[in-house]
Design a protein around this ligand. Sequence first.
Ligand code: SF4
Ligand code: SF4
Length: 389
Amino acid sequence: MIYNTLGKTGLKVSRLGFGTMRLPTGYSNADINEAEATKMFDYAIENGINIFDTAFPYHNATLAGNGNGEIFLGKYFKENNLRDEVILQTKSPTWFISEKNDFESFLDMQLEKLQTDYLDVYLLHSLNASGWNKVKNLGVMDFLDDCLSSGKVKHVGFSAHVGLDLLTEILDEYPKWEVVLTQMNYLDEYYQSGADGLQYLKKNDVGTMIMEPLRGGRLINHVPEEVTVLWGISEVERTPVEWAFQYLWNRDDVDCVLSGMSSLNQVKENIRYASHEDVISEYDQELINDVARQYKASTLGNECTKCGYCMPCPNGVDIINCFNEYNIAQMMKDPKASAMQYFSVIDRGSRADSCHKCEECLPLCTQHMNIPEELEKVREYFGTEFNHF
Ligand code: SF4
Ligand code: SF4
C-alpha cells in the first residue's frame, strides 16, 4: 500500500480509502451482509487500508434516515479491538440540523453507534449554498471549535458537490478546515469545483479526498467499444478501473481516493492497484483526455452517479434505475435490449412515467440535475409500455 500525508492533518493515509456506502447487502439496503463485509474489512486492514469513511444515513432502507453503516463499523472495530489502529471518518447530517443543539446530539449519537469516544475526521456532509448558510447561522463554527477542544473530533472538514466559488468561500470562512471531500475523475476535471478546486485545496494544505472516482460505475461498466479501442493504444495494459484510479493517484493534489467497495474481489483488485507505483506518462495522459472526449461524444445520457441522495421519491419513482437504464441505453445503442431491461428491472409504478413533477427531489441532486426534466427524457425514450419489437 502507498500512503500519503492528508494535508495539514499530518495523518498518513492509505491512498485507497474504504468508502462504506455500498457494502454488500441482503434484500434491503439496510440489511448489511455482515459476514461478507467482515471478510472485506479483514482483507483491507491486513493489506494496508487504514482509513474508513462512513456517514449517518449509510445503509438505511431509504437513505434518508439513521443508517446501519455506522453501527456495523462500530461493532467490527470494537470486536476486533482495532479502533485505535484505523482512521475513522464520518459525517454530520447537515440536512437534519435545525437548531444549534442538534450538532452535538447527532455527534453523540454517531459516537455511540460507532462505539468510540472520538473521531479522527468529522465532515459536514454534502454542503451546498443553502446548507452552508443554515449551519453557519446556527453556529457550526462554535460547535466545531468545541469538538476540537474537547477531543471528540481530531480534525474537521466538509464534503461538497459545489462549484469553485462556493468551495473557496466555505474554506475562507473557517480557518480550521483540514480535510475536504470532493468529486473527481477524468470526466469531471471541469465539473463542480473540479481540478481548480483541488489545486486551491493543495495550495492551502487542506487534505484532499476524492469521491466518485469511477463516476458511479460509468467508467467501468458497459465501456463503449470506441473507449476500449483507445485504451488498447497504450503500451501499458490497464483495466478501466485501474485507469480511473491511476489517473487520480498520479495527481499531486489528491491525497486519498475513497472507493465504495461492494465485494471482496473489488477490495482485492483495488488494493492491488493501490499498492504499486504506476506513473501515467504524458502520452497516456493524452489518451485519458481522448477517452474523456470520447465518453462525452458517445453518451447523450445524464450525469447521474447513483449516489441515492434523491431517494426515496414520495411517488415511488426509482430514479436511480430509470437513469441507469437510460444511460446504458445511450451507450449501448441497442434500444430493444435496453427497453427489455428497463421494463423488466423497474416495476410499473416506479418508472419515469410515474413522476408527478412535484419537484421535491430538485434540491437534493448532487449533480444539480433537473430530475423531473431528465425523467421526462427517459419516458420519451422508453415510452410507457414495452412494444419495441
Ligand atoms: S419530481 Fe418526480 S421524481 Fe422527483 S420527487 Fe417528485 S415525483 Fe419523485
Ligand atoms: S439523480 Fe442526482 S441525487 Fe439522484 S442518484 Fe442521481 S446523482 Fe444522485
